[in-house]
Design a protein around this ligand. Structure first.
Ligand code: ZN
Length: 271
């Protein structure tokens, strides 16, 4: 019942809060990797972005002091559209696709890298507290944190896109485990696991041998970072991922149900 009401509410929000044409076009102009997308794919992306902006609060992480940041309507759209790219092919309706982002509410935008405090235990069992500046972070069941300059740095076609990266972590967390696997039907899990494990092993070997990798070497950090970084590449520079890891590319494409090279949706009702 709750889910039915939510779907109805989402359908009403689509018309009540539709994004103005000029704002939508201005956002698309800044993201060249969306230039070639088919009109129906962009229409769906626009609807998802509308719902995303209705349902999520995109707020400033610094509202006072010299670094105060005002989060503008344009910034909100830029974040929303890239976040929604990851759910563009999900669900039979956009209301259903939005369920992938249920369970949390805030995106916090900072004027620059922000400190993350974390504890780690060394080999002797001593716990240390460290502060390290980071550009983005996703919390399970909680907010997504983003540095605005790092978001803006991802508008080109270099295959680096912080918003896609952080929301890929959200997708990874959907099945309750942070392991580089999106929430897949049981019969698709082994193929995805096999492809990502093989690609990750190959990539780590290249990084260990100090080779100059075309994909950001940060991807060798862990399997979940590999998933997040390769999601950036999948959407922002898809030809590169296809060239480097064709078998893994096919798995990622089949999960997202989007062909980022053709720029169209691959909606197959059987998936
Ligand atoms: Zn990450």
């Amino acid at each position: 019942m709750f889910s039915w009401l939510k779907t109805k509410r989402r359908e009403r929000a689509l018309t009540a809060y539709a994004l103005p044409d000029d704002e939508w076009r201005a956002a698309l102009r800044e993201l060249p990797f969306l230039n070639h997308y088919a009109p129906e794919a962009l229409e769906r992306l626009r609807d998802l972005t509308t719902l995303f902006l209705v349902e999520k609060s995109i707020v400033s992480g610094a509202t006072s002091g010299v670094h105060a940041l005002e989060v503008t309507a344009h910034m909100r759209i830029m974040i929303g559209v890239q976040a929604c790219l990851l759910i563009l092919g999900r669900g039979s309706t956009v209301a259903e696709a939005m369920r992938d982002y249920d369970g949390w509410e805030n995106v916090v935008v900072y004027p620059g890298d922000f400190p993350r405090t974390y504890d780690f235990e060394d080999e002797a069992g001593v716990v240390h507290r460290l502060d390290e500046p980071i550009a983005g972070e996703s919390w399970e069941g909680g907010p997504v944190l983003l540095s605005w300059p790092a978001v803006e740095a991802g508008y080109d076609e270099t295959g680096m896109a912080l918003v896609i990266h952080e929301f890929a972590h959200k997708i990874d967390m959907l099945d309750g485990a942070v392991n580089g696997l999106p929430p897949l039907p049981v019969n698709a899990r082994a193929a995805f696991r096999g492809a990502i494990d093989a690609a990750f092993a190959d990539f780590c070997q290249s990084v260990d041998r100090n080779l100059d990798t075309a994909i950001d070497p940060y991807a060798a950090e862990s399997i979940d970072e590999f998933f997040a970084v390769t999601c950036e590449v999948f959407f922002a520079e898809p030809e590169l991922l296809l060239l480097e890891y064709p078998a893994y590319f096919v798995q990622v494409k089949s999960y997202f149900r989007v062909d980022p090279i053709a720029g169209d949706l691959q909606l197959d009702p059987s998936i």
